[in-house]
Design a protein around this ligand. Structure first.
Ligand SMILES: Nc1nc2c(ncn2[C@@H]2O[C@H](COP(=O)(O)OP(=O)(O)O)[C@@H](O)[C@H]2O)c(=O)[nH]1
Ligand SMILES: [Mg+2]
Length: 287
């Protein structure tokens, strides 16, 4: 995905330590962890350190924002994680469709892990902007009052009671694991990392390079580019999209930053169609 372009992104070490401390502090109170990730980055959107932090505690994984992800690739990820023994379920917290399936998975896993309990305490955790608050609001049957576009909007700490569940009101923030340049680009594209930390043009050049190789349809169908442009250099793609969309500055030249911002926003809003940025590595099926 990085496509040879250099993208400088970091998750501040101080922030990471604080996040980890806060999560560690609430873990003893929880019976079941609801890990949320963005279905467009089902691997890069998880932090592998969570397993060590929660130990043997029961956990389910929600692949959220499935409306923005490629349904076939989502199915691949579900199969992949299930075969690894994880309790995983796709979800669209924006519409709340299939909430009942999420609830019955929670119920099943909670009963299996702690059969003698009368009340189970649940906590929602995940990296910034994956939809933790939206999932929490769905589970608690609340309006989406605290849902925000930017990371870090959630404040306060309480329990929300619902049937035989008590849900921690404060989602646990998981720091993203930026393993390499490729992961950094994916995390930034879906909006995990704040835009201030990166050069938008470089990010979008890496995205265009990936799109033309793995998902060229939106370049043709949404941006209306011809085959020779689609196969060309990512920089020329950026210029062509800027020209077609009228992102011009004084003198008639393409405004690269505005064009890149437009493409980024198109992707985040799902205008390019459902796109998943990574696929599971599946060993060939033996016949
Ligand atoms: N399309 C779509 N957007 C979602 C979904 N869940 C959350 N969002 C949006 O993603 C953004 C971040 O959601 P939020 O719940 O605040 O994430 P948090 O930072 O993890 O608590 C908001 O703009 C939500 O409306 C979903 O399933 N589909
Ligand atoms: Mg939140």
């Amino acid at each position: 995905m990085a496509g040879g372009n250099k993208v400088e992104i970091q998750w501040y070490p101080g922030h990471m330590a604080k996040t980890k401390r806060e999560l560690k502090a609430v873990l003893p109170y929880l019976d079941l962890i609801i890990e949320v990730t963005d279905a467009r980055i089902p691997a890069s959107g998880r932090n592998p350190d969570l397993a060590a932090l929660i130990g043997k505690k029961a956990r389910i994984l929600i692949l959220n924002k499935v409306d923005l992800a490629d349904p076939l690739v989502t199915a691949e990820w579900i199969a992949y994680y299930r075969s690894a023994g994880e309790k995983v379920i796709p979800f669209d917290a924006r519409t709340g469709e299939k909430l009942a399936a999420v609830e019955s998975l929670i119920e099943e896993v909670a009963r299996e892990a702690l059969p003698s309990k009368a009340v189970w305490r649940l906590g929602v955790v995940g990296i910034p902007n994956c939809g933790k608050s939206s999932v929490l609001n769905r589970l608690a049957r609340r309006s989406a009052a605290r849902v925000g576009e930017r990371p870090g909007i959630t404040r306060g700490k309480q329990w929300v009671k619902r049937g035989n569940w008590e849900i921690l009101d404060t989602p646990g923030l998981l720091w993203p694991k930026i393993a390499n340049q490729e992961a950094a680009v994916k995390l930034a594209l879906v909006g995990t990392i704040k835009p201030e930390n990166l050069e938008t043009e470089e990010l979008i050049l890496a995205f265009l390079d990936w799109l033309k190789q793995h998902h060229p349809a939106p370049l043709r169908d949404y941006y209306g580019l011809g085959p020779s442009t689609v196969e060309g250099d990512p920089y020329d793609l950026l210029l062509a999209i800027g020209t077609r969309r009228g992102c011009l500055q004084k003198g008639g030249e393409v405004n690269l930053l505005r064009t890149a911002e437009l493409i980024w926003s198109d992707f985040r809003l799902g205008k390019l169609g459902p796109i998943t940025l990574e696929r599971p590595i599946v060993s060939p099926v033996s016949l």
